[in-house]
Design a protein around this ligand. Structure first.
Ligand code: ZN
Length: 285
């Protein structure tokens, strides 16, 4: 049996959040519904961050309420605080995510506090989630490079990742937010992180600014990671990481993994249609 790799599909959230022109709620729902038929087991649908910060995702409640659920899929949303978490529960999110950074500069710019403060801020979300048995994913941004602070120390990534697991996250997604991490730097970072956190609790989240995302996935597989984030059509970017390209395209990741002999459970034909639709949303804006 080929080894199974899990893809967490990001296009509805990480993909769309950086699009300048508003995308209709109906189109967002249509995207999630198409993705739900591709064989993904996890889709990140939206985010309950302030609409002032990310106006594109201001319709998170309507999107979550409007999608047609596939019972094989876990639908996730970002929840920056307890209020966001409570809304996520009302719209029946299966999984929530919190986010911090391995670099102080990005943390301050993105969520306006220090890394330590961000962990304190998320404690109520983790406590509430534990009481309801809702899995919480932790994102760590800027795992190799930060647009404000330059290169990130691997020990810093290891430290933040270990703290997120201690706080109760079931998984930590390691984000090369800028997409400039070279495979050597990713390997060095992973060696520091996996010394503190089992690779079975880690995911790789690579943007593709320098076309290194697939090579970074390769070194992550070598380090034992089995979960990767990607975005159909390569949509995305980050409003707080100027110049960063989208998440690595899911269709590229799936093709790469299949050619390397891994199983993903993804139907390539359906994925390609969904990716076309995702791209049409971008070019329409
Ligand atoms: Zn991202």
């Amino acid at each position: 049996m080929p080894e199974k790799i899990t893809i967490v599909e990001m296009s509805p959230r990480d993909g769309l959040q950086n699009e300048k022109s508003p995308i209709s709620t109906a189109n967002k729902i249509a995207l999630v519904d198409q993705l739900s038929d591709c064989g993904f087991t996890r889709i990140e649908v939206s985010s309950f961050v302030s609409p002032k910060r990310i106006p594109q995702l201001a319709d998170a409640i309507d999107v979550m309420s409007g999608i047609t659920r596939n019972h094989s899929v876990s639908y996730a949303v970002l929840t920056p605080n307890l209020r966001g978490f409570q809304t996520a529960i009302k719209v029946k999110a299966d999984e929530v995510a919190i986010f911090t950074s391995a670099s102080e500069g990005f943390c301050r710019e993105n969520i306006n506090c220090s890394i330590d403060e961000s962990l304190v801020r998320f404690a109520p979300v983790l406590n509430a989630a534990r009481a309801l048995n809702i899995p919480v994913r932790g994102y760590v941004s800027c795992v190799t490079d930060c647009p404000y602070d330059g290169p990130t120390q691997p020990s810093q990534v290891a430290d933040v990742s270990a703290k997120l697991i201690e706080l109760g996250c079931f998984e930590v997604s390691l984000g090369d937010t800028l997409g400039v991490g070279m495979p050597d730097a990713v390997a060095e970072m992973l060696s520091a992180v996996t010394a503190r956190v089992s690779p079975s609790l880690l995911a790789g989240h690579f943007h593709d600014t320098n076309n290194n995302a697939l090579n970074n996935i390769r070194v992550s597989l070598e380090a034992g990671l089995k979960v990767f984030d990607s975005s159909a059509g390569g949509l995305g970017g980050c409003p707080y990481a100027p110049g960063a390209k989208g998440n690595v395209a899911t269709e590229q990741v799936v093709e790469f993994l299949h050619s390397e002999g891994y199983a993903t459970g993804i139907d390539v034909g359906r994925l390609n249609s969904a990716a076309q639709f995702a791209k049409s949303l971008r070019s329409a804006s």
